[in-house]
Write a protein that binds this ligand. Sequence first.
Ligand SMILES: NC(=O)c1ccc[n+]([C@@H]2O[C@H](COP(=O)([O-])OP(=O)(O)OC[C@H]3O[C@@H](n4cnc5c(N)ncnc54)[C@H](OP(=O)(O)O)[C@@H]3O)[C@@H](O)[C@H]2O)c1
Length: 248
Amino acid sequence: MFAASQIILVTGASSGIGRAIALECNAQGATVLACGRDDLKLDEGRKAAHAPERWTSIRRDFFEHMEKIPQWLHEISQRHGRLWGMACAAGEGLMDSMQAYSLATARRHFDLNFHVPLLLAKGFCDRRVSVKGGALLFVSSASAVFPEKGHLIYGAAKAALTAAARSISQEVAPRGLRVHCLSPGIVDTPMQEKAEALMGPEYRQSQLQEYPFGFGRPEDVAHMAAFLLSDKAAWITGQNFVLAGGRY
Ligand SMILES: NC(=O)c1ccc[n+]([C@@H]2O[C@H](COP(=O)([O-])OP(=O)(O)OC[C@H]3O[C@@H](n4cnc5c(N)ncnc54)[C@H](OP(=O)(O)O)[C@@H]3O)[C@@H](O)[C@H]2O)c1
């Protein structure tokens, strides 16, 4: 699907969905720059990769020097070459309620789930950073489309991201860049494990009833992500794809 000259940066590549996207793009021939905070987990990813020689791990905590993210991407492109694609999967879940709402928590989650992907997009869409024909992919959430109880802030941040993705797609289309949004329902990852630990065992059972095909695996999202990042999706941009095992 990809040539080795097609460089794809994946955030959140140390775990769950981001890791699966990085592994799938690597298996499909791309050179992957895998970003995360945890060196050990990134290294496990490299060992699991189909072609470890086309996997470079990059440690970065996006809460540090957030405003320098566009510049950081420029430095990366100078070091590794201009990027064909970028998948923004780094994120954090949150179960909250109206009564528990706090400005500090909301700001933290909007920072990571909305402002960080936008700063990454700003950097990626710079002509010095990305190549014509390439693609940007945001991992949003089905919570943006059908937010359940407890997804007050998380769902709102992802809905903002989904709307922004469409707007960016219009802005960068003349440059030949595509922008995609994937909105998964529940996928079994460490993030989901944390939510279940917090909400108790009944939570999983009650949620499962909403999913005719059960919860997703990270690979279910990764296959679609790799397709959208590739030039097989050359005529697709500005769309939000909900992947939710039959839930609607
Ligand atoms: N799982 C689901 O049910 C589900 C459903 C819909 C959407 N999503 C979205 O899918 C994306 C991936 O989620 P996941 O389920 O795969 O979660 P996960 O397994 O917990 O992975 C989260 C990833 O984000 C990275 N990350 C978190 N905070 C970061 C920060 N401050 N700076 C840099 N990286 C940071 C983590 O890095 P470290 O591991 O190095 O800390 C990790 O690689 C998220 O955007 C999430 O909102 C998930």
